[in-house]
Design a binder for this molecule. Structure first.
Ligand code: MG
Length: 278
């Protein structure tokens, strides 16, 4: 099942996509903090049920999740990326956070003040959306915790990330967590060997498979859940392959007007344009 959270006229809806058509399966409450995907999962809404038909071209896709309780990320999870970063592959998953203010959706413009960072970089990543409260699960139990998958870009201000001594600010600028365009449910997509690509202005910068992950998704979910209870709607960035911009010679950094695409096999393509504010 392919789901999009989207603006449809005055409403925000969750629609099930079937070819060029869609069916509205839930409507977002017009309240602060409302999140139609999270709330539909919590309410056990029948996402396969009948609903109002909509034409896909009338939907304006949004970030699939608006208000996760947390965005958990894994760093250095592809051996060739660790190598290009001149780091040893971690002995256990290297976890960090992005904050919900960073979320944005397909086609959104990602804008930051040039004075706050001059080293903004892309990171194409498979993103998992959590579907149930999950605490202390084994790797064998972990797949049941995953609702579905989407594309993500772990945009990173490298000067802030490395200059601050930790990654909190550099990873969480407003708009630095684009996700979308759709969520494909985990019963229909095996995420263990999916091609992940990143293009910058049409040029391929990253091209790898999720099979190259150092720690696979069940291992990550199990590891996180030993310490942190995962909740429906939580967002999990699973790490980026090699080919990031900052370690290239010379470095390739994002600037005003650059277009970045993250394409993941079986999910789709997430596009965002960069804008630097003076
Ligand atoms: Mg990353």
């Amino acid at each position: 099942m392919r789901l999009v959270r989207a603006r449809h006229g005055e409403r925000v809806v969750l629609a099930r996509v079937e070819g060029e058509a869609g069916v509205v399966v839930a409507v977002e409450r017009p309240d602060p903090g409302a999140d139609v995907l999270r709330d539909a999962v919590l309410a056990a809404t029948d996402l396969r049920g009948d609903g109002e038909p909509v034409v896909l071209s009338e939907l304006e896709p949004l970030a699939p999740v608006a208000w996760p309780s947390k965005i958990v990320c894994v760093g250095l999870n592809y051996p060739l990326h660790a190598q290009e970063a001149d780091e040893k592959p971690p002995a256990r998953p290297l976890l960090f956070c992005k904050t919900p203010n960073a979320l944005c959706g397909p086609d959104d413009v990602v804008s930051w003040p040039g004075a706050a960072s001059a080293q903004v970089d892309y990171e194409a990543e498979l993103v998992a959306i959590v579907g149930r409260p999950t605490q202390g699960v084994s790797p064998a139990e972990a797949p049941a915790a995953i609702f579905g998958f989407t594309c993500g870009n772990d945009i990173s201000a490298r000067d802030a990330q490395f200059g601050d001594g930790q990654w909190y600010r550099g990873k969480s600028f407003d708009g630095f967590a684009p996700i979308g365009p759709a969520v494909v449910t985990s019963d229909e997509l095996d995420a263990s060997d999916l091609r992940v690509r990143c293009r910058m202005n049409g040029r391929t910068m990253q091209d790898a498979s999720t099979a190259e992950m150092l720690f696979d998704l069940p291992t990550i979910v199990s590891y996180v859940s030993q310490a942190i209870t995962l909740l429906p709607g939580d967002v999990l960035y699973t790490g980026t392959p090699d080919g990031v911009g900052v370690t290239r010679q010379p470095p390739v950094l994002l600037g005003d007007g650059d277009a970045v695409e993250v394409e993941i096999e079986g999910i789709g393509t997430l596009r965002n344009t960069m804008s630097v504010r003076v």
